[in-house]
Design a protein around this ligand. Structure first.
Ligand SMILES: Cc1cc2nc3c(=O)[nH]c(=O)nc-3n(C[C@H](O)[C@H](O)[C@H](O)COP(=O)(O)O)c2cc1C
Length: 354
């Protein structure tokens, strides 16, 4: 496990306090004159490294973004844009503000570079997040913003569809794509829709609303790593048979460490996340976009996730525990791999001609 100064300092504090301090410092830095320029200079991938790509009709400057739960309310969009992320997924946005569970609610598993989260989507709610995305500034004008929609912990199951639709309709014109979280709310474990009927009941009203809009917004389902293969097949069938645009795999796991009361993320999740993404990519023959998430702690993990078939990769625990520099370190690795691939292709072509 690689030890950096960031990691050393982060581990002096409990996991949630470290993240709060980290994002507060990021905000303070961004607010300084020339602060965003400094963030870009210090942290963003170098300009000559071109990793841009087109996924579900959207141009991404690079395939690496921020996963839900890192900047849930969209408070640090300008700073994360300056750091150079390809996209930021805000959320889970829920229809009303909710404080989440009592602290401490995020546990660090030091021995395994992982976190256990039982915070239950603390959120400023729809209106708060809307305020943050409504006005794009010169810094966020070109940032791809995804909105992850989640279930309010206290609401009844029968209100879920209405709540998701409410967030979707209000956010529609302000964000670039949507991720519908059907993994779990770590505070209300019972909510994991798994059957075709339950999943369609959630997404069909969203498709219906989208049909009447002048602009198209891609919709993805974010799934739990705890689904069985048959349950993953249900989601894949929906992807193939309906206007669903992609799958984000995976969220934190409630099953990996059943003795822990919460969702496991970070290094303990890496292999399962890769396995699920590889399976979806193979079954769909690489024809549908997948956002890979789960245990992306080092550049090599992200490279493996792209090789497994992910079109984009979303980071959370890796950024919390290893710092924002993970993005530029990964860009360097991907660029080197691309260059090596080019050289190999050229030499193969030359051998072929001879
Ligand atoms: C503290 C914390 C809060 C999270 N909050 C959310 C959330 O609100 N909505 C969501 O869909 N996923 C949430 N996640 C899950 C992450 O987005 C991600 O899918 C999962 O943690 C696996 O990736 P990772 O190992 O890189 O963290 C959260 C994860 C953590 C650690």
């Amino acid at each position: 496990m690689k030890r950096t100064l960031f990691k050393y300092l982060t581990r002096l504090l409990p996991a949630e306090a470290a993240h709060s301090l980290h994002t507060t410092l990021l905000g303070a830095m961004g607010a300084l004159p020339m602060g965003k320029w400094w963030l870009r200079t210090m942290l963003a991938p170098k300009r000559k490294i071109a990793l841009d790509k087109e996924v579900f009709g959207i141009h991404f400057r690079n395939p690496i973004g921020v996963a839900a739960g890192f900047d849930s309310d969209g408070d640090r969009l300008e700073e994360l844009a300056a750091v150079g992320f390809g996209f930021v997924e805000i959320g889970s946005v829920v229809s009303r503000p909710q404080p989440g569970t009592s602290r401490p609610r995020i546990k660090r598993l030091r021995s395994s570079d992982s976190l256990v989260d039982r915070s239950g989507y603390p959120s400023g709610g729809l209106e708060y997040a809307l305020n943050n995305v409504r006005r794009r500034t010169k810094y966020t004008r070109n940032l791809v913003i995804g909105c992850n929609i989640g279930k309010l912990t206290a609401s009844h199951a029968e209100d879920t569809v209405k709540e998701y639709l409410r967030v979707f309709r209000n956010m529609y014109q302000y964000v670039d794509f949507f991720v519908i979280n059907v993994a779990c709310n770590t505070a209300s474990k019972r909510f994991i829709p798994r059957s075709r009927e339950e999943l369609l009941a959630l997404v069909e009203p969203l498709f219906e609303f989208r049909r009447g809009q002048p602009d198209y917004r891609p919709i993805l389902l974010k799934i739990s790593p705890d689904l069985t293969q048959e349950e993953i097949d249900v989601v894949i069938d929906i992807l193939i048979e309906t206007p669903l645009d992609g799958i984000e795999a995976v969220a934190g796991s409630l099953n990996l460490l059943p003795e822990e009361a919460g969702a496991v993320s970070g290094a303990r999740l890496t292999e399962r996340a890769l396995e699920v993404v590889r399976y979806i990519a193979e079954r769909t023959e690489g024809n549908y976009p997948i956002i890979g998430s789960g245990g992306m702690m080092q550049p090599e993990d992200i490279s493996r996730m792209l090789a497994a078939g992910a079109s984009l990769v979303a980071l959370n625990t890796g950024l919390r525990e290893n710092g924002l520099r993970l993005l530029s370190r990964t860009s360097k690795l991907l660029f080197t791999e691309q260059e090596e691939q080019k050289i190999e292709n050229e030499s193969n072509n030359n051998n072929h001609r001879r």
